[in-house]
Design a protein around this ligand. Structure first.
Ligand code: HEC
Length: 126
């Protein structure tokens, strides 16, 4: 029944093949919708960085003391985005407070993008 609906004019094997071809062609031109990736807002990320993160991670990406990673030396930036976003959201026990209560997922993505953009080039060296 379904086959009859999909291939209305099917009367023999050859036209079935033709219809199948048409369907495959049609399916191949329908674009597969990718998960819509939001472009991070670097300006919003900068605002977050300078209102919350700067006191420990420093205006120029230097950790304020030796226990705090220096982004300017790419410390921790080798970790992937998923891991770092989770650290920012949930904090690091006994080390960094969780920021998930202040920042939603978009803002967390923004501030991480800002950190990578601003400090991720490995400008410093240790
Ligand atoms: C109170 C000080 C403090 C503040 C404020 C702070 N951090 Fe941290 N952060 C730390 C410390 C300490 C670590 C190192 C934790 C560890 O030892 O793994 C850290 C680690 C990190 C890491 C690396 C996490 C990992 O998985 O290795 C990222 C990314 C980070 N902070 C981002 C931020 C962002 C973004 C903000 C602002 C929203 C922020 N931090 C605010 C102290 C702070």
């Amino acid at each position: 029944m379904l086959v009859r609906m999909l291939f209305p004019l099917t009367s023999d094997a050859r036209s079935t093949t033709v219809w199948l071809g048409i369907w495959l062609l049609a399916l191949s031109v329908v674009p597969v919708q990718p998960a819509i990736a939001r472009t991070p807002d670097l300006a919003a990320g900068q605002d977050v960085y300078f209102s919350i993160c700067v006191s420990c991670h420093g205006p120029d990406g230097h950790g304020a003391d030796t226990h705090i990673p220096s982004f300017i030396y790419r410390e921790r930036l080798e970790k992937d985005d998923v891991t770092l976003r989770r650290s920012i959201r949930d904090g690091v026990p006994d080390r960094m407070p969780p920021w998930g209560g202040y920042l939603d997922d978009d803002r967390i993505a923004d501030v991480l993008a800002y950190i990578r953009h601003r400090f991720g080039g490995g400008q410093g060296r240790r």
